[in-house]
Design a protein around this ligand. Structure first.
Ligand code: SAM
Length: 261
Protein backbone atom coordinates (compact mmCIF):
# COMPACT_ATOMS: atom_id res chain seq x y z
CA UNK A 1 0.00 0.00 0.00
CA UNK A 2 1.27 3.49 -0.92
CA UNK A 3 2.33 5.83 1.90
CA UNK A 4 -0.45 8.14 3.07
CA UNK A 5 -0.43 11.49 1.30
CA UNK A 6 -1.33 14.80 2.85
CA UNK A 7 -4.16 17.31 2.70
CA UNK A 8 -3.39 21.04 2.67
CA UNK A 9 -6.37 23.17 3.70
CA UNK A 10 -5.54 26.34 1.82
CA UNK A 11 -7.18 29.73 2.17
CA UNK A 12 -7.68 31.24 -1.28
CA UNK A 13 -8.09 34.79 0.02
CA UNK A 14 -11.03 37.12 -0.44
CA UNK A 15 -11.39 37.05 -4.24
CA UNK A 16 -8.52 38.76 -6.08
CA UNK A 17 -6.29 35.79 -7.05
CA UNK A 18 -3.18 37.81 -6.16
CA UNK A 19 -4.33 37.76 -2.53
CA UNK A 20 -3.53 34.08 -1.96
CA UNK A 21 -0.44 33.54 0.23
CA UNK A 22 2.87 32.46 -1.32
CA UNK A 23 2.60 29.18 0.60
CA UNK A 24 -0.95 28.62 -0.68
CA UNK A 25 0.25 29.16 -4.26
CA UNK A 26 3.12 26.69 -3.73
CA UNK A 27 0.64 24.09 -2.45
CA UNK A 28 -1.48 24.51 -5.59
CA UNK A 29 1.62 24.06 -7.77
CA UNK A 30 2.48 20.74 -6.15
CA UNK A 31 -1.07 19.40 -5.78
CA UNK A 32 -2.12 16.17 -7.45
CA UNK A 33 -5.76 16.85 -6.62
CA UNK A 34 -7.50 20.15 -5.84
CA UNK A 35 -10.96 20.19 -4.26
CA UNK A 36 -12.21 23.75 -4.54
CA UNK A 37 -15.16 25.84 -3.39
CA UNK A 38 -17.30 28.42 -5.18
CA UNK A 39 -15.72 31.41 -3.46
CA UNK A 40 -12.18 30.38 -4.35
CA UNK A 41 -11.33 32.35 -7.50
CA UNK A 42 -11.17 29.85 -10.42
CA UNK A 43 -8.19 31.81 -11.82
CA UNK A 44 -6.16 30.17 -9.04
CA UNK A 45 -6.60 26.84 -10.81
CA UNK A 46 -4.16 28.16 -13.45
CA UNK A 47 -1.44 27.53 -10.85
CA UNK A 48 -2.29 23.82 -10.77
CA UNK A 49 -0.30 21.38 -12.96
CA UNK A 50 -2.24 20.52 -16.14
CA UNK A 51 -2.23 16.83 -15.26
CA UNK A 52 -3.60 17.33 -11.73
CA UNK A 53 -7.24 16.55 -11.02
CA UNK A 54 -9.65 19.34 -10.02
CA UNK A 55 -12.96 18.66 -8.30
CA UNK A 56 -15.59 21.33 -7.72
CA UNK A 57 -17.20 21.01 -4.30
CA UNK A 58 -19.07 24.29 -4.47
CA UNK A 59 -22.45 25.39 -3.38
CA UNK A 60 -24.14 26.77 -6.46
CA UNK A 61 -27.78 25.70 -6.74
CA UNK A 62 -27.54 24.63 -10.40
CA UNK A 63 -24.43 22.49 -10.04
CA UNK A 64 -23.99 19.25 -8.19
CA UNK A 65 -22.49 19.94 -4.83
CA UNK A 66 -20.77 17.57 -2.52
CA UNK A 67 -22.14 17.54 0.98
CA UNK A 68 -19.75 17.87 3.91
CA UNK A 69 -19.50 14.10 4.53
CA UNK A 70 -18.78 13.48 0.84
CA UNK A 71 -16.04 16.12 0.91
CA UNK A 72 -14.50 14.66 4.07
CA UNK A 73 -14.60 11.13 2.63
CA UNK A 74 -13.10 12.29 -0.67
CA UNK A 75 -10.20 14.06 1.06
CA UNK A 76 -9.52 11.03 3.25
CA UNK A 77 -9.78 8.48 0.40
CA UNK A 78 -7.53 10.43 -1.97
CA UNK A 79 -4.88 11.14 0.68
CA UNK A 80 -4.93 7.46 1.65
CA UNK A 81 -4.01 6.68 -1.97
CA UNK A 82 -0.82 8.66 -1.33
CA UNK A 83 -1.87 11.86 -3.07
CA UNK A 84 -1.00 15.45 -2.25
CA UNK A 85 -4.43 17.01 -1.95
CA UNK A 86 -5.30 20.71 -1.71
CA UNK A 87 -8.63 21.68 -0.24
CA UNK A 88 -9.04 25.23 -1.51
CA UNK A 89 -11.50 27.47 0.35
CA UNK A 90 -12.47 31.12 0.02
CA UNK A 91 -10.89 33.54 2.50
CA UNK A 92 -9.49 31.71 5.50
CA UNK A 93 -10.43 28.04 5.98
CA UNK A 94 -11.27 28.56 9.66
CA UNK A 95 -13.54 31.60 9.31
CA UNK A 96 -17.02 30.26 8.56
CA UNK A 97 -15.28 27.79 6.27
CA UNK A 98 -15.89 24.45 7.96
CA UNK A 99 -12.12 23.97 8.01
CA UNK A 100 -12.27 22.78 11.60
CA UNK A 101 -14.73 20.03 10.70
CA UNK A 102 -12.50 18.84 7.86
CA UNK A 103 -9.41 18.79 10.11
CA UNK A 104 -11.30 16.75 12.71
CA UNK A 105 -12.37 14.22 10.06
CA UNK A 106 -8.81 13.97 8.69
CA UNK A 107 -7.32 13.58 12.16
CA UNK A 108 -9.85 10.88 13.06
CA UNK A 109 -8.78 8.98 9.92
CA UNK A 110 -5.07 9.53 10.78
CA UNK A 111 -4.52 11.48 7.57
CA UNK A 112 -1.76 14.11 7.83
CA UNK A 113 -2.94 17.63 7.12
CA UNK A 114 -1.71 21.19 7.28
CA UNK A 115 -3.72 24.41 7.46
CA UNK A 116 -2.44 27.21 5.23
CA UNK A 117 -4.28 30.31 6.47
CA UNK A 118 -5.81 32.71 4.00
CA UNK A 119 -6.70 36.39 4.05
CA UNK A 120 -10.25 36.47 5.34
CA UNK A 121 -12.84 38.59 3.59
CA UNK A 122 -13.89 39.69 7.10
CA UNK A 123 -10.94 42.07 7.25
CA UNK A 124 -9.77 42.33 3.64
CA UNK A 125 -13.05 43.43 2.06
CA UNK A 126 -13.57 46.39 4.43
CA UNK A 127 -9.86 47.22 4.01
CA UNK A 128 -9.98 47.64 0.25
CA UNK A 129 -12.69 50.29 0.53
CA UNK A 130 -10.78 52.14 3.24
CA UNK A 131 -12.61 50.79 6.28
CA UNK A 132 -10.18 49.62 8.99
CA UNK A 133 -11.91 47.14 11.31
CA UNK A 134 -10.10 48.75 14.25
CA UNK A 135 -9.11 52.39 14.50
CA UNK A 136 -7.48 54.12 17.45
CA UNK A 137 -9.98 56.04 19.60
CA UNK A 138 -12.82 54.77 17.42
CA UNK A 139 -12.98 50.96 17.68
CA UNK A 140 -10.78 48.74 19.82
CA UNK A 141 -12.65 45.52 19.04
CA UNK A 142 -14.27 43.88 16.07
CA UNK A 143 -16.74 41.05 16.08
CA UNK A 144 -17.34 38.81 13.07
CA UNK A 145 -20.75 37.16 12.85
CA UNK A 146 -22.75 35.18 10.36
CA UNK A 147 -26.09 36.58 9.25
CA UNK A 148 -26.98 33.33 7.55
CA UNK A 149 -28.72 32.12 10.67
CA UNK A 150 -30.67 35.36 11.28
CA UNK A 151 -33.99 33.52 11.37
CA UNK A 152 -32.63 30.51 13.24
CA UNK A 153 -33.19 30.58 17.01
CA UNK A 154 -30.00 28.49 17.41
CA UNK A 155 -27.93 30.80 15.19
CA UNK A 156 -26.14 34.02 16.09
CA UNK A 157 -27.34 35.39 19.42
CA UNK A 158 -27.84 39.00 18.36
CA UNK A 159 -28.77 40.11 21.86
CA UNK A 160 -25.36 39.01 23.17
CA UNK A 161 -23.35 41.04 20.68
CA UNK A 162 -21.34 44.02 21.95
CA UNK A 163 -23.07 47.39 21.55
CA UNK A 164 -19.82 49.16 20.72
CA UNK A 165 -16.88 48.36 18.46
CA UNK A 166 -17.07 47.12 14.88
CA UNK A 167 -19.47 44.46 13.72
CA UNK A 168 -18.60 42.55 10.54
CA UNK A 169 -21.53 40.54 9.21
CA UNK A 170 -20.85 37.77 6.71
CA UNK A 171 -23.57 35.98 4.76
CA UNK A 172 -26.06 38.59 5.94
CA UNK A 173 -27.25 40.39 2.85
CA UNK A 174 -30.43 38.33 2.45
CA UNK A 175 -31.47 38.83 6.05
CA UNK A 176 -30.22 42.39 6.44
CA UNK A 177 -33.61 43.92 7.36
CA UNK A 178 -34.09 41.41 10.21
CA UNK A 179 -30.46 41.81 11.32
CA UNK A 180 -30.82 45.60 11.48
CA UNK A 181 -33.99 45.20 13.55
CA UNK A 182 -32.16 42.98 16.01
CA UNK A 183 -29.22 45.37 16.30
CA UNK A 184 -31.49 48.35 16.91
CA UNK A 185 -33.42 46.36 19.51
CA UNK A 186 -30.07 45.48 21.09
CA UNK A 187 -29.18 49.14 21.61
CA UNK A 188 -27.20 50.20 18.54
CA UNK A 189 -28.15 53.69 17.40
CA UNK A 190 -29.91 54.04 14.03
CA UNK A 191 -27.32 56.71 13.14
CA UNK A 192 -24.42 54.22 13.43
CA UNK A 193 -22.52 54.27 10.12
CA UNK A 194 -22.80 51.09 8.05
CA UNK A 195 -21.53 49.84 4.70
CA UNK A 196 -22.23 46.82 2.51
CA UNK A 197 -19.63 45.64 0.02
CA UNK A 198 -20.18 42.91 -2.54
CA UNK A 199 -17.52 41.05 -4.51
CA UNK A 200 -14.82 42.86 -2.57
CA UNK A 201 -11.32 42.89 -4.15
CA UNK A 202 -12.79 41.76 -7.49
CA UNK A 203 -13.30 43.90 -10.62
CA UNK A 204 -17.09 43.82 -10.08
CA UNK A 205 -16.78 45.16 -6.51
CA UNK A 206 -19.64 47.46 -5.51
CA UNK A 207 -20.52 49.10 -2.25
CA UNK A 208 -23.01 51.31 -0.55
CA UNK A 209 -22.62 53.40 2.58
CA UNK A 210 -25.30 54.62 4.95
CA UNK A 211 -26.42 54.18 8.50
CA UNK A 212 -28.04 51.36 10.39
CA UNK A 213 -31.37 53.06 9.64
CA UNK A 214 -31.04 52.82 5.86
CA UNK A 215 -28.36 50.26 4.98
CA UNK A 216 -30.87 47.44 4.39
CA UNK A 217 -32.67 49.57 1.76
CA UNK A 218 -29.47 50.73 0.15
CA UNK A 219 -27.98 47.24 -0.02
CA UNK A 220 -31.06 45.39 -1.21
CA UNK A 221 -29.91 45.34 -4.85
CA UNK A 222 -26.52 43.83 -3.99
CA UNK A 223 -26.33 40.08 -4.56
CA UNK A 224 -24.04 37.85 -2.47
CA UNK A 225 -21.23 37.49 -1.64
CA UNK A 226 -21.44 40.61 0.45
CA UNK A 227 -20.25 41.87 3.81
CA UNK A 228 -21.86 44.49 6.02
CA UNK A 229 -19.79 46.54 8.44
CA UNK A 230 -21.50 48.40 11.26
CA UNK A 231 -19.64 50.92 13.40
CA UNK A 232 -17.93 54.28 13.55
CA UNK A 233 -14.95 52.92 11.55
CA UNK A 234 -17.10 53.26 8.41
CA UNK A 235 -16.61 57.03 8.74
CA UNK A 236 -12.89 56.56 8.04
CA UNK A 237 -13.86 55.70 4.48
CA UNK A 238 -15.71 59.00 4.27
CA UNK A 239 -12.68 60.90 5.59
CA UNK A 240 -10.47 59.21 2.99
CA UNK A 241 -12.96 59.98 0.21
CA UNK A 242 -13.10 63.60 1.33
CA UNK A 243 -9.30 63.72 1.09
CA UNK A 244 -9.53 62.51 -2.51
CA UNK A 245 -8.95 58.77 -2.07
CA UNK A 246 -10.84 56.70 -4.62
CA UNK A 247 -11.90 53.08 -4.33
CA UNK A 248 -13.16 50.64 -6.93
CA UNK A 249 -16.96 50.84 -6.98
CA UNK A 250 -16.74 54.16 -5.09
CA UNK A 251 -19.03 56.25 -7.31
CA UNK A 252 -22.10 54.86 -5.68
CA UNK A 253 -20.61 55.51 -2.27
CA UNK A 254 -19.65 59.08 -3.08
CA UNK A 255 -23.21 59.71 -4.30
CA UNK A 256 -24.50 58.25 -1.06
CA UNK A 257 -22.24 60.50 0.98
CA UNK A 258 -23.48 63.52 -0.88
CA UNK A 259 -27.00 62.57 0.13
CA UNK A 260 -25.96 61.82 3.68
CA UNK A 261 -23.77 64.74 4.67
C1 SAM B 1 -19.09 30.80 3.88
S1 SAM B 1 -18.45 32.39 4.25
C2 SAM B 1 -16.74 32.07 4.01
C3 SAM B 1 -15.85 33.14 4.56
C4 SAM B 1 -14.39 32.89 4.22
N1 SAM B 1 -13.91 31.69 4.85
C5 SAM B 1 -13.50 34.07 4.61
O1 SAM B 1 -12.67 33.94 5.51
O2 SAM B 1 -13.61 35.10 3.96
C6 SAM B 1 -18.91 33.27 2.79
C7 SAM B 1 -19.20 34.73 3.05
O3 SAM B 1 -18.01 35.49 3.13
C8 SAM B 1 -18.25 36.79 2.64
N2 SAM B 1 -17.38 37.02 1.47
C9 SAM B 1 -16.47 36.19 0.98
N3 SAM B 1 -15.80 36.74 -0.05
C10 SAM B 1 -16.33 37.97 -0.22
C11 SAM B 1 -16.08 39.05 -1.10
N4 SAM B 1 -15.12 38.98 -2.03
N5 SAM B 1 -16.80 40.17 -0.98
C12 SAM B 1 -17.76 40.29 -0.04
N6 SAM B 1 -18.05 39.31 0.84
C13 SAM B 1 -17.34 38.16 0.75
C14 SAM B 1 -19.71 36.88 2.25
O4 SAM B 1 -20.42 37.33 3.38
C15 SAM B 1 -20.00 35.41 1.96
O5 SAM B 1 -21.38 35.13 2.04
Amino acid sequence: MAATGIVYLVGAGPGDPDLITVKGAKCLQMAELVVYDRLANPALLDLVQPWAEKIYAGKEPQRHRLDQDEINNLLIAEAQKGKTVVRLKGGDPFVFGRGGEECLALAAAHVPFEVVPGISSAMAVPAVVGIPVTHRQVAQTFTVVTGHTADDPFGTNWDDLPRSGTLVILMGVKHLPQIVERLLANGRSPTTPAATIRAGTLPEQEFVVGTLADIADKAQHLPPPAITIVGEVVAVHEQLATLGARFRGHNQAVANYQQLY
